[in-house]
Design a protein around this ligand. Structure first.
Ligand SMILES: C[S@@+](CC[C@H](N)C(=O)[O-])C[C@H]1O[C@@H](n2cnc3c(N)ncnc32)[C@H](O)[C@@H]1O
Length: 275
């Protein structure tokens, strides 16, 4: 998917999302987290609100981005503005995961915390929502947002989604919003999801997924790695990876076309219950 060594790619991802977090933490005219995410290095975001880097952004943006309104009307009411401004997802994993009161939820690559805060509301005081992210500025933003929201049942942990800082069988539901495509070791992420889920637990994820006929080179030509396009798995690769990790009843459903042959998608699967 890219010729760059994986450590370089990971650092490029971390640096891009640190910049996106700072666009919210230290607001400047015309610079949004979304345009930082999608722009070419060094070209982002002019110094005035009229100088929009997003016009020169990725292929995803050229065809309308990942969907203007990922969340239902009113769904984000009452959240800190900074959590909404930092939203960089490609779907709504909360809607996908069908969360219930009392459940423990884990969000992989939690960014500014929007999906963790929404999950915390859904699971209520008897439930708990964790977010894991590797980028310090994103963690600072998410923790500030949790404090502003007065959310007592959330925690943001520093870590990589390929080596989750949580014990085996400790969460009921794994969610994630437009992050797994950014991982340089996707089999490790899928294995970690399996490990931390309780038997009978489930995943409800949104991610960018390629049509099966697109080669890695064609995916790379459709957009950048840090912009969530080039690193996307194909649907067949996703399904094979979920099965190899031990997850069952898997499905990958395309929703919005983000670039030619590349889609926002909903991914569901369950960890088989122990016998
Ligand atoms: C596209 S943003 C999505 C953020 C959030 N899920 C949302 O919907 O707004 C990707 C986030 O994943 C984090 N991330 C990317 N790769 C990661 C990895 N391997 N381990 C942990 N976090 C990662 C980045 O720091 C960033 O905050």
């Amino acid at each position: 998917m890219s010729d760059q060594p994986s450590t370089d790619l990971r650092e490029a991802v971390r640096s891009r999302y640190a910049e996106a977090a700072r666009a919210v933490l230290e607001p400047r005219p015309g610079i949004t987290a979304q345009c930082v995410e999608s722009s070419a290095p060094g070209s982002c975001c002019g110094s005035s609100a009229t100088d929009s880097c997003c016009e020169a952004g990725s292929a995803a943006e050229a065809v309308g981005g990942f969907g203007e309104s990922l969340y239902r009307e009113g769904e984000t009411d009452g959240l800190p503005e900074e959590a909404v401004l930092a939203s960089l997802g490609c779907g709504n994993p909360i809607a996908v995961a069908d969360l219930h009161e009392g459940e423990t939820v884990l969000d992989l690559g939690s960014g500014g915390g929007i999906d963790v805060l929404l999950s915390a509301r859904r699971v209520g005081p008897s439930g708990f929502a964790y977010g894991v992210d590797m980028t310090d500025d994103m963690l600072s933003l998410a923790r500030a947002n949790a404090a502003k929201a007065g959310a007592a049942n959330v925690e943001f942990l520093k870590g990589e989604i390929e080596a989750l800082p949580l014990p085996d069988a400790s969460v009921d539901v794994v969610i994630s919003n437009c992050v797994i495509n950014l991982s340089t070791d996707k089999p490790a992420v899928l294995a970690e999801m399996f490990r931390v889920l309780v038997p009978g637990g489930r995943i409800g994820i949104t991610d960018v997924v390629a049509e099966d006929h697109l080669t890695p080179a064609e995916r790379a030509a459709a957009g950048s790695y840090v912009g969530c396009i080039a690193g996307a798995l194909s649907r067949a690769e996703y399904l094979d990876g979920l099965a190899a990790a031990g997850l069952a009843d898997a499905s990958v459903t395309f929703t919005t076309e983000a670039a030619p042959g590349m889609h926002s998608a909903i991914i569901r699967a369950v960890k088989p219950a122990a016998r």
